[in-house]
Design a binder for this molecule. Structure first.
Ligand code: ATP
Length: 298
């Protein structure tokens, strides 16, 4: 892929005492694309997001956001970024509109443009009807939409979303996906951390799978699936002893496997003529994730 970079990380390291939360990470995000940082708990996703918003400072490596070097030029970078934190830090004593107004001031949006900026953000997040509602009267999903709207008032070129749908029910999650997708189709660059595979698969042009602070794979979801899990998988259910047998047989035939609690998936069986008693299904990003991180999905 070509085009200017909205984000660039090279050899970035962040330690907390003896823990290395980010262990030499490289990341390129092209302008106008959506990149998903996917990883199990503790993989270093939030730390990476904090580094990119200059809430924490890297111990080693280079970071550039919209062409600005961090931490030296973090103020200039932040002015053109929208940051959606994982934790809801809205002012619950204010209305939806007042929360947005505070941010138009923070981002120094001129008086003449404030109304338009707020209207646009309200529309984008589908909160026009709720403009006068106090935040403590909103549902969890609406609050999350407001958090996103608040990050958009100044029309940022880059939006950083830390676990945008964590803890939300599936229906609300889909509403947020629609919002993120709309943002992406407007040409806004997006970096999103998530531990929901489906979220990454649906929204991200490129996925970076993290484990223990490092990238274990990076690429478009469909390419990662093809490269690591092939086209087809045979999923075998059975008692642990049976699964162990299936695993060693597949291993002996040179095929990769991955476990879930109750089944084993034999990857890349397409074109091999390999037979096992089980269900054939298309390979997916979850197969890749489990294969590379060794983690099951919650
Ligand atoms: P989650 O999905 O659980 O949010 P994550 O991928 O975002 O996980 P991080 O929160 O970045 O992971 O954590 C990476 C590692 O760094 C973990 O081992 C964590 O305990 C450690 N860590 C993160 N922040 C701090 C901190 N402020 N002080 C000490 N250790 C920290």
């Amino acid at each position: 892929m070509s085009g200017p970079l909205a984000l660039r990380m090279r050899g970035v390291v962040k330690r907390y005492g003896k823990i290395t939360a980010v262990a030499g990470l490289d990341l390129d995000v092209r302008e106008g694309t959506c990149v998903g940082l996917l990883g199990p708990n503790g993989a270093g996703k939030s730390t990476t997001m904090r580094l990119l918003t200059a809430q924490s400072i890297a111990d080693e490596g280079e970071l550039e956001v919209l062409g600005f070097r961090l931490p030296a030029e973090s103020k200039a970078a932040r002015a053109q970024c929208g940051v959606v934190p994982q934790l809801d830090n809205l002012d619950v004593t204010l209305t939806v509109e007042q929360n947005l107004l505070v941010f138009t001031h923070l981002y120094r949006i001129g008086r003449a443009e404030r109304t338009d900026a707020i209207e646009r953000a309200l529309k984008m997040a589908n909160l026009v009807e709720r403009r006068a509602t106090r935040v403590d009267k909103l549902s969890g999903g609406m609050r999350r939409r407001l958090l996103i709207a608040r990050a958009l008032v100044h029309r940022p070129r880059l939006v950083l979303l830390d676990e945008p749908t964590v803890g939300l029910d599936p229906q609300v999650r889909q509403e947020l996906w629609a919002l993120i997708d709309a943002l992406r189709s407007e040409g806004t660059t997006i970096l999103m951390s998530t531990h929901y595979i489906e979220e990454a698969q649906r929204l991200a042009d490129t996925v970076l799978i993290m484990s223990h602070g490092s990238a274990v794979a990076v690429g478009p979801p469909a390419e990662l699936v093809l490269e690591h899990a092939g086209r087809e998988v045979i999923e075998v259910y059975g008692p642990p002893t049976r699964l162990a047998e299936v695993e060693s047989e597949a291993g002996a035939a040179g095929l990769r496997t991955r476990r879930t609690g109750t089944s084993i998936s034999i990857l890349g069986v397409d074109g091999t003529g390999y037979r096992a008693e089980g269900e054939r299904r298309p390979a997916n990003l979850e197969d890749v994730f489990v294969l590379l991180t060794g983690e099951e999905i919650a």
